[in-house]
Design a protein around this ligand. Structure first.
Ligand code: NAI
Ligand code: MG
Length: 497
Protein backbone atom coordinates (compact mmCIF):
# COMPACT_ATOMS: atom_id res chain seq x y z
CA UNK A 1 0.00 0.00 0.00
CA UNK A 2 1.31 3.37 -0.93
CA UNK A 3 0.29 5.54 2.00
CA UNK A 4 0.05 8.63 -0.20
CA UNK A 5 -2.14 7.11 -2.88
CA UNK A 6 -5.45 8.96 -2.99
CA UNK A 7 -8.46 6.67 -3.01
CA UNK A 8 -12.13 7.44 -2.65
CA UNK A 9 -14.32 5.42 -0.31
CA UNK A 10 -16.31 3.24 -2.69
CA UNK A 11 -18.79 1.65 -0.30
CA UNK A 12 -20.25 2.32 3.13
CA UNK A 13 -20.23 -1.34 3.97
CA UNK A 14 -18.15 -4.27 2.82
CA UNK A 15 -18.67 -7.96 3.42
CA UNK A 16 -15.81 -9.87 4.99
CA UNK A 17 -16.21 -13.59 5.73
CA UNK A 18 -19.98 -13.15 5.56
CA UNK A 19 -20.10 -10.20 7.98
CA UNK A 20 -21.12 -6.68 7.02
CA UNK A 21 -18.49 -4.19 8.13
CA UNK A 22 -19.06 -0.47 8.02
CA UNK A 23 -16.10 1.25 6.37
CA UNK A 24 -16.92 4.62 7.90
CA UNK A 25 -15.81 6.12 11.21
CA UNK A 26 -18.02 5.79 14.26
CA UNK A 27 -18.42 9.21 15.84
CA UNK A 28 -21.09 10.31 18.29
CA UNK A 29 -23.01 7.10 17.65
CA UNK A 30 -23.24 7.81 13.92
CA UNK A 31 -21.40 6.51 10.92
CA UNK A 32 -19.38 9.31 9.35
CA UNK A 33 -17.75 9.08 5.92
CA UNK A 34 -14.51 10.73 4.75
CA UNK A 35 -13.60 12.13 1.37
CA UNK A 36 -10.67 9.75 1.07
CA UNK A 37 -10.00 6.12 1.83
CA UNK A 38 -7.18 3.66 2.31
CA UNK A 39 -6.92 0.10 1.13
CA UNK A 40 -7.16 -2.81 3.52
CA UNK A 41 -5.83 -6.20 2.48
CA UNK A 42 -5.50 -9.65 4.00
CA UNK A 43 -1.99 -10.89 4.74
CA UNK A 44 -3.14 -14.47 4.16
CA UNK A 45 -3.13 -14.11 0.39
CA UNK A 46 -2.84 -10.38 -0.27
CA UNK A 47 -6.51 -10.21 -1.24
CA UNK A 48 -8.33 -6.89 -1.23
CA UNK A 49 -10.76 -6.54 1.69
CA UNK A 50 -12.06 -3.05 1.09
CA UNK A 51 -11.48 0.67 1.05
CA UNK A 52 -11.74 2.17 4.52
CA UNK A 53 -12.51 5.81 5.36
CA UNK A 54 -9.33 7.75 5.98
CA UNK A 55 -9.67 10.29 8.75
CA UNK A 56 -8.09 13.73 8.86
CA UNK A 57 -8.01 16.67 11.27
CA UNK A 58 -11.71 17.16 10.57
CA UNK A 59 -12.73 13.70 11.82
CA UNK A 60 -10.37 14.03 14.78
CA UNK A 61 -12.08 17.29 15.77
CA UNK A 62 -15.53 15.77 15.33
CA UNK A 63 -14.64 12.76 17.44
CA UNK A 64 -13.12 14.82 20.25
CA UNK A 65 -16.18 17.08 20.29
CA UNK A 66 -18.53 14.07 20.43
CA UNK A 67 -16.53 12.37 23.18
CA UNK A 68 -16.32 15.60 25.16
CA UNK A 69 -20.06 16.16 24.91
CA UNK A 70 -20.80 12.61 26.07
CA UNK A 71 -18.39 12.78 29.01
CA UNK A 72 -20.44 14.43 31.79
CA UNK A 73 -23.36 12.01 31.58
CA UNK A 74 -21.08 8.96 31.29
CA UNK A 75 -19.02 10.12 34.24
CA UNK A 76 -22.18 10.74 36.28
CA UNK A 77 -23.43 7.17 35.75
CA UNK A 78 -20.88 5.89 38.24
CA UNK A 79 -19.14 2.49 38.22
CA UNK A 80 -22.39 0.52 38.69
CA UNK A 81 -24.35 2.31 35.96
CA UNK A 82 -21.45 2.02 33.54
CA UNK A 83 -20.81 -1.54 34.65
CA UNK A 84 -24.26 -2.74 33.59
CA UNK A 85 -23.67 -1.53 30.05
CA UNK A 86 -20.11 -2.81 29.93
CA UNK A 87 -21.16 -6.27 31.13
CA UNK A 88 -23.76 -6.31 28.36
CA UNK A 89 -20.99 -5.38 25.92
CA UNK A 90 -18.84 -8.25 27.21
CA UNK A 91 -21.76 -10.63 26.63
CA UNK A 92 -22.18 -9.37 23.08
CA UNK A 93 -18.48 -9.98 22.42
CA UNK A 94 -18.96 -13.53 23.70
CA UNK A 95 -21.97 -14.04 21.43
CA UNK A 96 -19.84 -12.88 18.48
CA UNK A 97 -16.60 -14.71 19.15
CA UNK A 98 -16.71 -16.67 15.91
CA UNK A 99 -17.39 -13.56 13.80
CA UNK A 100 -14.69 -11.54 15.56
CA UNK A 101 -12.21 -14.40 15.23
CA UNK A 102 -12.86 -14.81 11.50
CA UNK A 103 -12.61 -11.07 10.89
CA UNK A 104 -9.41 -10.60 12.84
CA UNK A 105 -7.71 -13.57 11.18
CA UNK A 106 -8.67 -12.29 7.74
CA UNK A 107 -7.37 -8.83 8.58
CA UNK A 108 -4.12 -9.55 10.44
CA UNK A 109 -3.27 -13.17 9.62
CA UNK A 110 -3.00 -14.45 13.21
CA UNK A 111 -4.27 -17.95 13.96
CA UNK A 112 -8.02 -18.48 13.73
CA UNK A 113 -7.99 -21.16 16.41
CA UNK A 114 -6.20 -18.92 18.86
CA UNK A 115 -8.59 -16.04 18.11
CA UNK A 116 -11.51 -18.40 18.73
CA UNK A 117 -10.29 -20.09 21.87
CA UNK A 118 -7.95 -17.59 23.46
CA UNK A 119 -7.98 -14.06 22.16
CA UNK A 120 -11.66 -13.19 21.67
CA UNK A 121 -12.78 -14.74 24.97
CA UNK A 122 -10.09 -12.55 26.55
CA UNK A 123 -11.47 -9.52 24.76
CA UNK A 124 -14.76 -10.12 26.58
CA UNK A 125 -12.85 -10.70 29.80
CA UNK A 126 -10.91 -7.43 29.41
CA UNK A 127 -14.19 -5.54 29.42
CA UNK A 128 -15.84 -7.55 32.19
CA UNK A 129 -12.78 -7.55 34.42
CA UNK A 130 -12.33 -3.77 34.50
CA UNK A 131 -16.07 -3.09 34.81
CA UNK A 132 -16.21 -5.36 37.86
CA UNK A 133 -12.93 -4.05 39.25
CA UNK A 134 -14.29 -0.50 39.21
CA UNK A 135 -17.35 -1.66 41.13
CA UNK A 136 -15.77 -4.04 43.65
CA UNK A 137 -12.06 -3.43 44.03
CA UNK A 138 -11.29 0.17 43.27
CA UNK A 139 -11.08 1.55 46.76
CA UNK A 140 -8.57 2.64 49.29
CA UNK A 141 -9.13 2.57 53.05
CA UNK A 142 -9.58 6.01 54.58
CA UNK A 143 -6.81 7.14 56.89
CA UNK A 144 -6.42 9.80 59.51
CA UNK A 145 -4.08 12.76 59.75
CA UNK A 146 -4.39 14.50 63.15
CA UNK A 147 -8.10 13.69 63.21
CA UNK A 148 -8.64 14.61 59.56
CA UNK A 149 -9.91 11.83 57.24
CA UNK A 150 -8.25 11.22 53.87
CA UNK A 151 -10.72 9.80 51.35
CA UNK A 152 -9.19 8.56 48.09
CA UNK A 153 -11.26 8.38 44.93
CA UNK A 154 -10.70 7.67 41.25
CA UNK A 155 -12.67 10.26 39.30
CA UNK A 156 -13.34 10.19 35.55
CA UNK A 157 -10.82 12.40 33.74
CA UNK A 158 -12.28 13.19 30.30
CA UNK A 159 -11.59 12.03 26.75
CA UNK A 160 -9.08 9.21 26.34
CA UNK A 161 -7.40 8.74 22.95
CA UNK A 162 -6.32 5.15 22.38
CA UNK A 163 -3.87 4.37 19.59
CA UNK A 164 -3.35 0.68 18.90
CA UNK A 165 -1.21 -1.61 16.73
CA UNK A 166 -1.97 -4.41 14.29
CA UNK A 167 -0.41 -7.45 15.95
CA UNK A 168 -3.34 -8.18 18.28
CA UNK A 169 -5.83 -5.47 17.32
CA UNK A 170 -8.92 -5.98 19.45
CA UNK A 171 -7.10 -7.68 22.30
CA UNK A 172 -4.72 -4.76 22.83
CA UNK A 173 -7.46 -2.19 22.21
CA UNK A 174 -9.69 -3.66 24.92
CA UNK A 175 -6.87 -3.65 27.47
CA UNK A 176 -7.33 0.09 27.17
CA UNK A 177 -11.04 0.43 26.31
CA UNK A 178 -12.07 -1.70 29.31
CA UNK A 179 -10.44 0.40 32.04
CA UNK A 180 -10.94 3.74 30.25
CA UNK A 181 -14.70 3.27 29.95
CA UNK A 182 -14.99 1.70 33.41
CA UNK A 183 -13.13 4.69 34.86
CA UNK A 184 -15.76 6.97 33.34
CA UNK A 185 -13.69 8.40 30.52
CA UNK A 186 -15.10 8.61 27.03
CA UNK A 187 -12.97 7.02 24.34
CA UNK A 188 -11.66 7.57 20.83
CA UNK A 189 -10.00 4.50 19.38
CA UNK A 190 -7.66 4.86 16.40
CA UNK A 191 -6.94 1.31 15.22
CA UNK A 192 -3.89 0.52 13.12
CA UNK A 193 -4.38 1.15 9.42
CA UNK A 194 -3.46 -2.43 8.50
CA UNK A 195 -6.19 -3.88 10.74
CA UNK A 196 -9.27 -1.67 11.04
CA UNK A 197 -12.04 -4.27 10.77
CA UNK A 198 -12.54 -5.60 14.30
CA UNK A 199 -12.72 -2.07 15.72
CA UNK A 200 -15.53 -1.15 13.34
CA UNK A 201 -17.49 -4.28 14.20
CA UNK A 202 -16.84 -3.68 17.90
CA UNK A 203 -18.32 -0.17 17.53
CA UNK A 204 -21.56 -1.81 16.34
CA UNK A 205 -21.52 -3.98 19.47
CA UNK A 206 -21.18 -0.94 21.73
CA UNK A 207 -24.26 0.52 20.07
CA UNK A 208 -26.17 -2.74 20.59
CA UNK A 209 -25.08 -2.82 24.22
CA UNK A 210 -26.67 0.59 24.74
CA UNK A 211 -23.45 2.48 25.39
CA UNK A 212 -24.59 6.10 24.92
CA UNK A 213 -23.64 7.90 21.69
CA UNK A 214 -20.25 9.61 21.88
CA UNK A 215 -18.96 7.48 24.76
CA UNK A 216 -17.06 5.20 22.39
CA UNK A 217 -15.81 6.44 19.01
CA UNK A 218 -13.65 4.93 16.28
CA UNK A 219 -11.64 7.05 13.90
CA UNK A 220 -9.75 5.24 11.15
CA UNK A 221 -6.75 6.27 9.14
CA UNK A 222 -3.02 6.75 9.14
CA UNK A 223 -1.04 7.52 12.24
CA UNK A 224 0.69 10.52 10.72
CA UNK A 225 -2.65 12.04 9.72
CA UNK A 226 -5.59 11.39 12.00
CA UNK A 227 -3.48 9.78 14.74
CA UNK A 228 -1.30 12.87 14.98
CA UNK A 229 -4.36 15.15 14.96
CA UNK A 230 -5.94 13.23 17.83
CA UNK A 231 -2.92 13.15 20.11
CA UNK A 232 -2.25 16.86 19.57
CA UNK A 233 -5.81 17.85 20.44
CA UNK A 234 -6.02 20.24 23.41
CA UNK A 235 -9.36 18.84 24.62
CA UNK A 236 -8.22 15.33 25.41
CA UNK A 237 -7.31 14.11 28.89
CA UNK A 238 -5.30 10.94 28.24
CA UNK A 239 -3.27 9.24 25.50
CA UNK A 240 -2.68 5.52 25.67
CA UNK A 241 -0.49 4.08 22.94
CA UNK A 242 0.86 0.64 22.07
CA UNK A 243 3.36 0.50 19.24
CA UNK A 244 6.91 1.35 18.32
CA UNK A 245 9.49 3.50 20.11
CA UNK A 246 9.96 6.03 17.25
CA UNK A 247 6.21 6.67 17.09
CA UNK A 248 6.03 6.99 20.89
CA UNK A 249 8.64 9.76 20.73
CA UNK A 250 6.59 11.66 18.16
CA UNK A 251 3.44 11.27 20.30
CA UNK A 252 5.27 12.34 23.47
CA UNK A 253 6.47 15.54 21.77
CA UNK A 254 2.97 16.30 20.67
CA UNK A 255 1.50 15.51 24.12
CA UNK A 256 4.06 17.85 25.71
CA UNK A 257 2.34 20.93 24.29
CA UNK A 258 -0.80 20.22 26.32
CA UNK A 259 0.92 18.21 29.07
CA UNK A 260 -1.44 15.35 28.26
CA UNK A 261 -0.60 12.29 30.37
CA UNK A 262 0.61 9.34 28.31
CA UNK A 263 0.72 5.61 28.86
CA UNK A 264 3.08 3.81 26.48
CA UNK A 265 3.43 0.10 25.88
CA UNK A 266 6.28 -0.18 23.42
CA UNK A 267 8.54 -2.72 21.88
CA UNK A 268 10.93 -5.22 23.32
CA UNK A 269 13.93 -7.37 22.67
CA UNK A 270 13.31 -9.61 25.60
CA UNK A 271 15.79 -12.23 26.75
CA UNK A 272 14.98 -15.89 27.32
CA UNK A 273 17.68 -16.91 29.79
CA UNK A 274 18.41 -20.63 30.10
CA UNK A 275 20.61 -21.39 33.12
CA UNK A 276 22.83 -24.46 33.23
CA UNK A 277 20.50 -26.23 35.65
CA UNK A 278 17.39 -25.70 33.49
CA UNK A 279 15.02 -28.46 32.46
CA UNK A 280 16.17 -28.64 28.85
CA UNK A 281 12.87 -29.81 27.39
CA UNK A 282 10.99 -27.03 29.14
CA UNK A 283 13.57 -24.48 28.01
CA UNK A 284 13.28 -25.63 24.40
CA UNK A 285 9.50 -25.59 24.54
CA UNK A 286 9.45 -22.03 25.90
CA UNK A 287 12.05 -20.86 23.39
CA UNK A 288 10.16 -22.29 20.41
CA UNK A 289 7.00 -20.52 21.63
CA UNK A 290 8.77 -17.25 20.85
CA UNK A 291 7.86 -17.79 17.18
CA UNK A 292 4.17 -17.50 18.05
CA UNK A 293 2.14 -15.04 15.98
CA UNK A 294 4.99 -15.18 13.44
CA UNK A 295 7.13 -13.29 15.94
CA UNK A 296 4.85 -10.27 15.93
CA UNK A 297 4.58 -10.06 19.68
CA UNK A 298 5.98 -7.16 21.69
CA UNK A 299 7.01 -9.31 24.64
CA UNK A 300 8.55 -12.12 22.65
CA UNK A 301 11.82 -13.44 24.10
CA UNK A 302 13.81 -13.11 20.92
CA UNK A 303 17.26 -13.31 22.48
CA UNK A 304 17.80 -16.86 23.67
CA UNK A 305 20.69 -16.80 26.14
CA UNK A 306 21.94 -20.29 26.99
CA UNK A 307 24.70 -21.47 29.32
CA UNK A 308 27.62 -22.57 27.17
CA UNK A 309 27.76 -26.08 28.65
CA UNK A 310 24.27 -26.91 27.44
CA UNK A 311 24.18 -24.74 24.32
CA UNK A 312 24.92 -27.54 21.82
CA UNK A 313 22.33 -29.86 23.31
CA UNK A 314 19.85 -27.00 23.48
CA UNK A 315 20.42 -25.94 19.86
CA UNK A 316 20.00 -29.52 18.64
CA UNK A 317 16.71 -30.01 20.46
CA UNK A 318 15.52 -26.54 19.55
CA UNK A 319 16.13 -27.11 15.88
CA UNK A 320 14.46 -30.48 15.97
CA UNK A 321 11.35 -28.98 17.50
CA UNK A 322 11.29 -25.73 15.55
CA UNK A 323 11.65 -27.50 12.22
CA UNK A 324 8.35 -29.22 12.98
CA UNK A 325 6.48 -25.90 13.22
CA UNK A 326 3.67 -25.94 10.69
CA UNK A 327 3.59 -22.68 8.80
CA UNK A 328 0.61 -21.95 6.61
CA UNK A 329 -2.84 -20.51 6.23
CA UNK A 330 -3.85 -19.20 9.69
CA UNK A 331 -7.39 -20.52 9.14
CA UNK A 332 -6.16 -24.14 9.12
CA UNK A 333 -6.41 -25.90 12.45
CA UNK A 334 -2.95 -27.48 12.02
CA UNK A 335 -1.15 -24.20 11.33
CA UNK A 336 1.14 -22.91 14.07
CA UNK A 337 2.45 -19.76 12.47
CA UNK A 338 1.09 -17.70 9.60
CA UNK A 339 2.23 -14.74 7.50
CA UNK A 340 3.69 -11.35 8.40
CA UNK A 341 1.08 -8.62 8.53
CA UNK A 342 1.94 -6.59 5.43
CA UNK A 343 4.44 -6.28 2.57
CA UNK A 344 6.08 -3.26 4.20
CA UNK A 345 6.60 -5.18 7.42
CA UNK A 346 7.68 -8.35 5.61
CA UNK A 347 10.36 -6.35 3.77
CA UNK A 348 11.51 -4.91 7.10
CA UNK A 349 11.87 -8.36 8.66
CA UNK A 350 13.60 -9.76 5.58
CA UNK A 351 15.88 -6.72 5.53
CA UNK A 352 17.14 -7.53 9.04
CA UNK A 353 17.88 -11.12 8.07
CA UNK A 354 19.49 -10.21 4.74
CA UNK A 355 21.79 -7.71 6.40
CA UNK A 356 22.72 -10.27 9.08
CA UNK A 357 23.60 -12.74 6.31
CA UNK A 358 25.67 -10.16 4.45
CA UNK A 359 27.65 -9.46 7.59
CA UNK A 360 28.43 -13.16 7.92
CA UNK A 361 26.01 -14.20 10.66
CA UNK A 362 25.55 -17.93 11.12
CA UNK A 363 21.90 -18.66 10.32
CA UNK A 364 21.28 -22.28 11.22
CA UNK A 365 17.56 -22.38 10.46
CA UNK A 366 15.22 -20.55 8.10
CA UNK A 367 16.61 -17.23 6.98
CA UNK A 368 14.35 -16.89 3.97
CA UNK A 369 10.75 -16.53 2.86
CA UNK A 370 8.48 -19.57 2.63
CA UNK A 371 7.35 -18.49 -0.82
CA UNK A 372 5.33 -21.61 -1.61
CA UNK A 373 2.73 -20.39 0.86
CA UNK A 374 2.31 -16.84 -0.46
CA UNK A 375 4.06 -13.52 -0.49
CA UNK A 376 4.26 -12.71 3.21
CA UNK A 377 5.39 -15.94 4.86
CA UNK A 378 8.85 -15.92 6.44
CA UNK A 379 10.42 -19.11 7.77
CA UNK A 380 11.20 -19.44 11.48
CA UNK A 381 14.80 -18.32 11.68
CA UNK A 382 17.60 -18.88 14.18
CA UNK A 383 20.81 -16.85 14.18
CA UNK A 384 23.66 -18.55 16.08
CA UNK A 385 26.08 -16.46 18.13
CA UNK A 386 25.57 -13.16 16.34
CA UNK A 387 27.86 -10.22 17.02
CA UNK A 388 26.36 -8.83 20.27
CA UNK A 389 26.48 -5.29 18.92
CA UNK A 390 24.73 -6.12 15.62
CA UNK A 391 21.24 -4.83 14.94
CA UNK A 392 19.75 -8.33 14.87
CA UNK A 393 20.61 -8.50 18.61
CA UNK A 394 19.79 -4.94 19.61
CA UNK A 395 16.73 -3.98 17.49
CA UNK A 396 13.18 -5.23 17.55
CA UNK A 397 12.68 -7.31 14.39
CA UNK A 398 9.04 -8.22 15.13
CA UNK A 399 9.24 -11.32 12.97
CA UNK A 400 10.01 -15.03 13.43
CA UNK A 401 13.68 -14.34 14.01
CA UNK A 402 15.48 -15.48 17.17
CA UNK A 403 19.12 -15.17 18.19
CA UNK A 404 20.99 -17.70 20.29
CA UNK A 405 23.90 -16.47 22.40
CA UNK A 406 25.87 -18.22 25.11
CA UNK A 407 27.17 -17.17 28.53
CA UNK A 408 29.45 -18.62 31.20
CA UNK A 409 28.15 -17.26 34.51
CA UNK A 410 24.88 -16.01 35.96
CA UNK A 411 26.43 -12.53 36.18
CA UNK A 412 27.25 -12.59 32.49
CA UNK A 413 23.73 -13.79 31.68
CA UNK A 414 22.25 -10.92 33.69
CA UNK A 415 24.47 -8.36 31.97
CA UNK A 416 23.57 -9.70 28.53
CA UNK A 417 19.87 -9.87 29.40
CA UNK A 418 19.91 -6.22 30.49
CA UNK A 419 22.09 -5.00 27.62
CA UNK A 420 19.44 -3.57 25.27
CA UNK A 421 17.50 -0.32 25.48
CA UNK A 422 14.33 -2.35 26.09
CA UNK A 423 12.87 -3.89 29.25
CA UNK A 424 9.42 -5.25 28.53
CA UNK A 425 9.74 -8.86 29.66
CA UNK A 426 12.23 -11.61 30.44
CA UNK A 427 11.92 -15.36 30.53
CA UNK A 428 14.13 -17.27 32.94
CA UNK A 429 14.52 -21.05 32.91
CA UNK A 430 16.22 -22.66 35.89
CA UNK A 431 15.92 -25.79 38.01
CA UNK A 432 16.78 -24.04 41.25
CA UNK A 433 14.32 -21.75 43.00
CA UNK A 434 16.83 -19.69 44.99
CA UNK A 435 19.08 -19.18 42.01
CA UNK A 436 16.11 -18.22 39.83
CA UNK A 437 14.94 -15.76 42.47
CA UNK A 438 18.38 -14.19 42.69
CA UNK A 439 18.73 -13.82 38.91
CA UNK A 440 15.12 -12.63 38.43
CA UNK A 441 15.75 -9.86 40.95
CA UNK A 442 18.56 -8.51 38.76
CA UNK A 443 16.65 -8.57 35.48
CA UNK A 444 15.32 -5.19 34.39
CA UNK A 445 11.88 -5.71 32.87
CA UNK A 446 8.20 -5.11 33.60
CA UNK A 447 7.40 -8.82 33.68
CA UNK A 448 9.67 -11.77 34.48
CA UNK A 449 8.36 -15.22 33.64
CA UNK A 450 10.17 -17.96 35.53
CA UNK A 451 9.86 -21.38 33.87
CA UNK A 452 6.79 -20.13 31.98
CA UNK A 453 5.68 -17.64 29.36
CA UNK A 454 2.66 -15.42 28.68
CA UNK A 455 0.85 -15.96 31.96
CA UNK A 456 -1.09 -12.70 32.09
CA UNK A 457 -3.43 -11.87 34.94
CA UNK A 458 -5.35 -8.61 34.61
CA UNK A 459 -4.83 -7.96 38.32
CA UNK A 460 -1.08 -7.75 37.74
CA UNK A 461 0.83 -4.71 36.51
CA UNK A 462 1.93 -4.91 32.90
CA UNK A 463 4.28 -2.55 31.09
CA UNK A 464 7.84 -1.84 30.17
CA UNK A 465 10.99 -0.63 31.84
CA UNK A 466 13.53 1.56 30.02
CA UNK A 467 12.41 2.28 26.43
CA UNK A 468 9.72 -0.41 26.52
CA UNK A 469 7.20 1.96 27.96
CA UNK A 470 5.85 4.46 30.41
CA UNK A 471 3.42 3.35 33.09
CA UNK A 472 1.72 0.10 33.99
CA UNK A 473 -1.69 -1.30 33.14
CA UNK A 474 -3.75 -3.88 35.05
CA UNK A 475 -5.82 -3.72 38.24
CA UNK A 476 -5.56 -0.37 40.03
CA UNK A 477 -2.60 0.64 37.85
CA UNK A 478 -4.97 1.06 34.87
CA UNK A 479 -7.28 3.27 36.88
CA UNK A 480 -4.39 5.29 38.27
CA UNK A 481 -3.79 6.29 34.67
CA UNK A 482 -7.26 6.72 33.20
CA UNK A 483 -8.81 8.34 36.26
CA UNK A 484 -8.02 11.51 38.14
CA UNK A 485 -6.92 10.17 41.51
CA UNK A 486 -8.24 12.49 44.18
CA UNK A 487 -7.76 12.87 47.92
CA UNK A 488 -10.54 14.59 49.85
CA UNK A 489 -9.34 15.62 53.31
CA UNK A 490 -12.21 16.09 55.76
CA UNK A 491 -11.63 18.05 58.96
CA UNK A 492 -13.15 17.02 62.30
CA UNK A 493 -14.01 20.71 62.88
CA UNK A 494 -16.62 23.13 61.58
CA UNK A 495 -19.63 20.77 61.42
CA UNK A 496 -22.98 22.15 62.55
CA UNK A 497 -24.68 18.83 63.32
P1 NAI B 1 3.66 2.26 14.85
O1 NAI B 1 4.13 2.45 16.22
O2 NAI B 1 4.06 3.28 13.84
O3 NAI B 1 2.05 2.20 14.81
C1 NAI B 1 1.23 1.88 15.88
C2 NAI B 1 0.00 2.79 15.87
O4 NAI B 1 0.40 4.15 15.98
C3 NAI B 1 -0.84 2.72 14.60
O5 NAI B 1 -2.20 2.80 14.92
C4 NAI B 1 -0.41 3.96 13.85
O6 NAI B 1 -1.37 4.42 12.94
C5 NAI B 1 -0.22 4.93 14.97
N1 NAI B 1 0.64 6.08 14.67
C6 NAI B 1 1.72 6.13 13.86
N2 NAI B 1 2.25 7.37 13.84
C7 NAI B 1 1.49 8.13 14.66
C8 NAI B 1 1.52 9.50 15.06
N3 NAI B 1 2.46 10.34 14.59
N4 NAI B 1 0.60 9.95 15.91
C9 NAI B 1 -0.35 9.12 16.40
N5 NAI B 1 -0.44 7.82 16.04
C10 NAI B 1 0.47 7.32 15.20
O7 NAI B 1 4.07 0.81 14.39
P2 NAI B 1 4.21 0.20 12.91
O8 NAI B 1 4.80 1.18 11.96
O9 NAI B 1 2.95 -0.39 12.53
O10 NAI B 1 5.29 -0.94 13.20
C11 NAI B 1 6.68 -0.66 13.23
C12 NAI B 1 7.40 -1.46 14.27
O11 NAI B 1 6.91 -1.14 15.56
C13 NAI B 1 7.20 -2.96 14.23
O12 NAI B 1 7.99 -3.56 13.28
C14 NAI B 1 7.54 -3.35 15.63
O13 NAI B 1 8.93 -3.42 15.78
C15 NAI B 1 7.01 -2.22 16.44
N6 NAI B 1 5.65 -2.49 16.98
C16 NAI B 1 5.51 -2.83 18.29
C17 NAI B 1 4.28 -3.15 18.78
C18 NAI B 1 4.07 -3.54 20.20
O14 NAI B 1 3.15 -4.31 20.49
N7 NAI B 1 4.80 -3.01 21.14
C19 NAI B 1 3.10 -3.17 17.95
C20 NAI B 1 3.32 -2.74 16.60
C21 NAI B 1 4.57 -2.44 16.16
MG1 MG C 1 -5.57 -5.91 6.96
Amino acid sequence: MNKDEVRKPALNTIEVVGTKIDTRHYIGGQRVASVEAFTNTSPIDGSFLGDICRGTQKEADLAVAAAKAAFPAWAALGPKGRGELLLRLAELVEENIETLAQLETMDNGSLLRSHRRGVMPRVAMNIRFFAEWAINELQHPDFETRGHTNKISWDPSGVAVLITPWNAPLMLATWKIGPALAAGDTVILKPAEWTPLSASFFADLTKQAGIPDGVFNVVQGFGKEVGAALVAHPDIARISFTGSVPTAKVIARSAADNLTPVSFELGGKSPCVVLEDADLDLAVELAVEQYDNAGQVCLSGTRILVHENIADAFALKFKEKALQIVQGDPRDEATQIGPQIHQVHFDRVKGFVDRAKESGANIIMGGEPNSDLGGLYFRPTLVMNPDPTSEIVTSEVFGPVLCLQTFKTDEEAIAMANSTEFGLAAILVSGNKERAERVAKELVAGTIWVNCFFVRDLRAPFGGSKKSGIGREGGNWSFDFYADVKNTVVSPNGWKE
